[in-house]
Ligand binder design. Structure first.
Ligand code: F6R
Length: 617
């Protein structure tokens, strides 16, 4: 959701090209409008360039109308309040263009503040909630920009990651965080701020993650973090583990394609150093859950959104099967507004809440995790982005180590989430009497996955051919059962979000309770049907579709020759332990969505209306 970056330095670098490069790395967080402001130097004011459109268009504008200066801020927007127009693009200014600011988040009391500011003579130039912040800072009295920002924020209800420039103190950037991720980049004679590490990686690997309530002051000479009472706060400097290669296309046409192809390696990385051949299945040090705590667990709740929620559904079956603990999987956005039943704390065992999130910043997942903690539950995170808010607030967790996921449609995070959940299920099972033969099968199954994934990806040319059929369709139905029902849901989500072909995922046996009415020879029906305990049931569902003239694509297990005549196309994936099969069955569906979107001329990495990392509710 919206990307922000700021830069100040005394190494003689121009800010604008640095900001533009950073923005293009952030574009996956929002891409309906973009803008930047640069401080021209003492007494020379600020210059702002902004427009509705992509970062590329902003770059062209800045080539025609350069903005010279060594400090500045920039923004790429995913609209919440106000249409995606040039006037609503960030940065926003006060009445006299002495302040420029970029904002990620929502000012919830913007209407009230706007009315009060208008009454006291302020003129507004946009329809955004953000603009009130610039006028509040203008209105505030204080000797320094940070003092004025602190006073202004005292009136604000909502969330923000904020970077502010002022003509009075060129070279200084004031940053604030409340509920929206912000980190500082600490370079040599240069300091940066960004909503996301990928924007600053080419400048520095030393970062400071801000906490909610922090205010940071960056100048070309250094940085300081203070709280709302201007008390200095010590914040650790962390090292980023990602390298630049990880955030570049590396010869692929799209990040989504690169990330699909990376999965043998990302799964290897999720497993690295964690698999144990001694019956304990996994070493999960970061989980902070002792063997006796595992043994006492009475129930687990998984909270997540979107693709991560689908991974949670797979995780439910894995954990229930291996560890015999009842698991509920909740949409984080729903869970946070229910009244979750408090953890009884009666000595009969405890509850565990698992927040699954690639970004670690999804607002609903974060709030659901906080709501669960308020009931007395222990909370752990299954997160990809190191240092993200969910990772930092959880009592423990498992990092996916899948590397940065930049394609808006999540792919490699999904398979790593399932692998991490399998490690967790095996770890819990091992403490709770799981037979050692199952432990061995799981360890063996997990260690083979990277190779099986690599083999499955060789189906790409075949899938690419099939994509033509889907590119012409208006609707598609994805059906699966058991551990592969979430794969059907995920396949449908992938198709609709990047190719805009309407797709529905459904439990195969539920089809005859309604969706079967949709079937005709126009609509492709995808069955996810590897050889497992429910395979023959799913084949019966195929017959039902076939009898009504439906066109079937089946994803099944290698060696299965019996679907001949029943389905139009078969994609065969390698055999795995059934509980792990979603890691391979989902791959052709990711590729199918990708190639369908390419054939339809869609912007795969920037699907319309979407953005990576939903930091507003
Ligand atoms: C779909 C997709 C989204 C995310 C969802 C949760 O391809 O990417 O559905 O899965 O927004 O995001 P995270 O996992 O970052 O919490």
């Amino acid at each position: 959701m919206c990307g922000i970056i700021g830069y100040t330095g005394r190494g003689g670098h121009e800010a604008a090209p640095i900001l533009l490069r950073g923005l293009s790395r952030l574009e996956y967080r929002g891409y309906d409008s973009a803008g930047l402001s640069v401080a021209l130097g003492p007494g020379r004011g600020l210059v702002t360039r902004k427009l509705a459109g992509r970062v590329g268009a902003l770059r062209e504008l800045c080539e025609r109308l350069p903005a010279h200066g060594s400090s500045g801020i920039a923004h790429t927007r995913w609209a919440t309040h106000g249409a995606p127009t040039a006037r609503n693009a960030h940065p926003h200014s006060d009445c006299h263009d002495r302040i420029a600011l970029v904002h990620n988040g929502i000012v919830e009391n913007a209407e009230v503040l706007r009315a009060a500011l208008t009454q006291s003579g302020h003129c507004f130039a946009s329809d955004t909630d953000t603009e009130v912040l610039a006028h509040l800072i203008e209105e505030a009295s204080g000797d320094t920009l940070e003092e004025r920002v602190i006073i202004a924020l005292g009136h604000v209800v909502g969330t923000y990651g904020l970077a502010v420039l002022s003509t009075d103190e060129p070279g200084k950037i004031v940053v604030a965080r409340q509920g929206s991720p912000v980190l500082l980049g600490i370079g040599k004679d240069e300091y940066l701020v960004a909503s996301d590490a990928s924007a600053i990686l080419e400048h520095t690997r030393s970062v400071v993650y801000l906490d909610d309530g922090d205010i940071a002051v960056l100048t070309p000479d250094g940085y300081q973090v203070i709280d709302r009472s201007a008390q200095v706060q010590e914040r650790a400097v962390d090292a980023l583990a990602w390298d630049l290669e990880a955030i570049e296309l590396g010869g692929h046409a799209h990040f989504m394609h690169k990330e699909i192809a990376e999965q043998p390696e990302t799964i290897r990385s999720t497993l690295r150093g964690r698999l144990m051949g001694d019956g304990s299945v996994a070493r999960l040090n970061g989980l902070n859950l002792s063997p006796s705590e595992c043994a006492e667990l009475r129930r687990i709740t998984i909270v997540a959104c979107g693709t991560s929620w689908h991974a949670g559904l797979v995780g439910r079956q894995i954990i229930e099967d291996l560890a015999q603990i009842p698991v509920a999987v909740e949409y984080a956005s729903e869970y946070r507004y229910r009244k979750p039943v408090p953890h009884s704390g009666d000595g009969n065992g405890s509850t565990l809440t698992i927040a699954i999130s690639q970004s670690g910043e999804t607002a609903d997942t974060l709030e659901a995790m906080r709501a669960a903690r308020a009931t007395g539950s222990r909370v752990v995170g299954l997160v990809n982005v190191v240092g993200s808010t969910i990772a930092r607030e959880a009592d423990g967790g498992i990092y996916l180590h899948a590397g940065p996921e930049i394609g808006v449609a999540s792919t490699k995070a999904f398979t790593s989430q399932i692998v991490a959940l399998a490690l967790l299920g095996g770890y819990l099972g091992a403490q709770r009497g799981m037979p050692s033969a199952v432990a061995d099968e799981l360890v063996c199954g997990l260690s083979r996955l990277p190779d099986l994934v690599a083999q499955t990806l060789e189906l790409e040319p075949e899938v690419q051919e099939l994509a033509g059929r889907f590119a012409e369709a208006h609707n598609a139905l994805y059906l699966g059962r058991g551990v592969n029902l979430p794969v059907a849901l995920e396949g449908a989500l992938k198709l609709k979000e990047i190719s805009y072909v309407h797709a529905e995922g459904y439990p195969a046996a539920e089809m005859k309770h309604g969706p079967i009415a949709l079937i005709d020879d126009e609509m492709p029906v995808v069955f996810v049907a590897p050889h497992d305990a429910v395979y023959h049931k799913v084949v019966s569902n195929m017959h039902e579709v076939r009898a009504r003239g439906g066109r079937i694509l089946a994803v099944t297990t290698q060696g299965n020759g019996e679907l001949h005549g029943l389905v139009d196309h078969v994609l065969r994936v390698p055999a795995t332990m059934p509980l792990l099969s979603p890691v391979v069955t989902v791959l052709p569906l990711q590729l199918l969505a990708y190639h369908t979107a390419v054939l339809r001329g869609c912007d795969v990495d920037r699907p319309r209306n979407l953005a990576k990392s939903v930091t507003v509710e």
